[in-house]
Design a protein around this ligand. Structure first.
Ligand SMILES: [Zn+2]
Length: 376
């Protein structure tokens, strides 16, 4: 589990404006399952890894009797507080502008679900739900799409920060002398969470995972540095400084989760930093200042691409339940990174079934192989 430090404000305005798509339109060739049912909206508590922050409710405009097909309205929602104006765009119009396939209605009930695709893959979105999926991997949008005049409208930030990087941008590439910092979570007096089975600490399992991963990445051409190689204490800012001092091109923090005392939560989550202007999907009770500009926001697109790639490979390798790629703003180890950075929570040590797997070295070997595969 990731233990946050108190968030600090860093002013840095470097929003990347992504170029338009150049991919050829392509329709999905198979029926894709709609996103899973809504997650619980439990009271926020940083010990509760399931807490999902919901954005303020918007008024959903009902479809007009006759939908305007060629000239959908550009709808602007304005909240009562000092939050910025939020622009919503018809998915059809955005897809045409970005030369991706025309969105395609997958299901009309219980909620309207659409697929939009490019050569990169297929995204599924549902009216009224932040849950979406990319090539079968769950992810959470900043804002639930709305039905307006019979069409799906998507928030401008979701188009820019979630749809464009996945549907339009070229895949992540790495330079020949690439450097990666692997960060085994916790260490020393910061033990992390513990196994429900026998009390063994998270810090032990994250270090073992990192040590297995290092030679695999080296075989694949990476120059690899571990933020710690023994049971030593590091602050989160030490870990960021370590990545800076090694000129890291990528940063990956390794963790295991806990829902204690609840033994039910399980599954795999990969986190990256929340883009400016968006609500996070996990806050653990910490403030979530939507308009705060953080250094790592310069890498919003690559963060998401990396998170999706790693989450997808880990899911295939482990057959764990998919808790999705999620966004958090409080994670100190990600906030100040001057490179794409993600944090993986590879299962719950509070869940007896997953704790048993995590305690098995063969499983940790699988985790290492999967992360290495994702970065080939
Ligand atoms: Zn942790």
């Amino acid at each position: 589990m990731f233990k946050p430090f108190k968030p600090i404000g860093i002013l840095f305005c470097a929003l990347i404006l992504l170029a338009g798509c150049a991919t050829t339109p392509k329709q999905p060739e198979e029926v894709i399952s709609p996103p899973a049912a809504s997650q619980s909206n439990a009271a926020l508590n940083w010990e509760d890894p399931n807490a999902v922050h919901r954005p303020p409710a918007h008024q959903v405009v009902q479809p007009a009797p006759v939908a305007t097909v060629n000239s959908p309205p550009r709808v602007v929602h304005q909240t009562a507080t000092a939050e910025p104006v939020q622009t919503w765009t018809a998915l059809d119009r955005w897809a045409a502008q970005h030369k991706v396939g025309t969105p395609h209605l997958l299901s009309g009930t219980p909620v309207r679900t659409y697929a939009v695709s490019s050569l990169n893959g297929v995204m599924i979105l549902a009216i009224g739900s932040r849950e979406a999926s990319w090539n079968g991997v769950e992810m959470l949008l900043g804002f639930a799409p709305e039905l307006i005049d019979g069409q799906m409208f998507v928030h401008g930030l979701d188009l820019q920060k979630n749809l464009e990087p996945l549907l339009c941008a070229p895949p992540l590439t790495f330079n020949p002398n690439r450097v990666i910092v692997i960060d085994p979570g916790h260490g020393g007096s910061n033990v992390g969470t513990h196994s429900v089975l026998d009390g063994r600490f998270e810090k032990e399992f994250t270090l073992d995972w990192a040590k297995r991963l290092k030679p695999m990445l080296e075989t694949n051409g990476w120059k690899v540095f571990l933020s710690r190689t023994s049971d030593t204490f590091l602050t989160n800012s030490d870990r960021v400084v370590f990545a800076d001092s090694h000129n890291a091109d990528l940063f990956i923090s390794l963790h295991f989760n806990s829902g204690a005392p609840d033994e039910k939560p399980h599954g795999l989550t990969t986190f990256c930093l929340t883009p400016v202007g968006m609500p996070s999907t996990l806050t653990r009770g910490y403030a979530d200042p939507w308009m705060e500009h953080l250094l790592n926001n310069a890498f919003d697109a690559q963060n998401l691409q990396l998170a999706i790639q790693v989450q997808s490979t880990l899911l295939r390798a482990t057959d764990m339940d998919d808790r999705g790629v999620q966004r958090a703003r409080f994670m100190e180890v990600l906030r100040g990174q001057k490179r794409p950075a993600i944090l993986i929570e590879a299962g719950y040590l509070s869940n007896p079934h997953e704790a048993k797997r995590i305690e098995d070295s063969e499983f940790r070997q699988k985790l290492a192989e999967a992360v290495a595969d994702a970065l080939k």
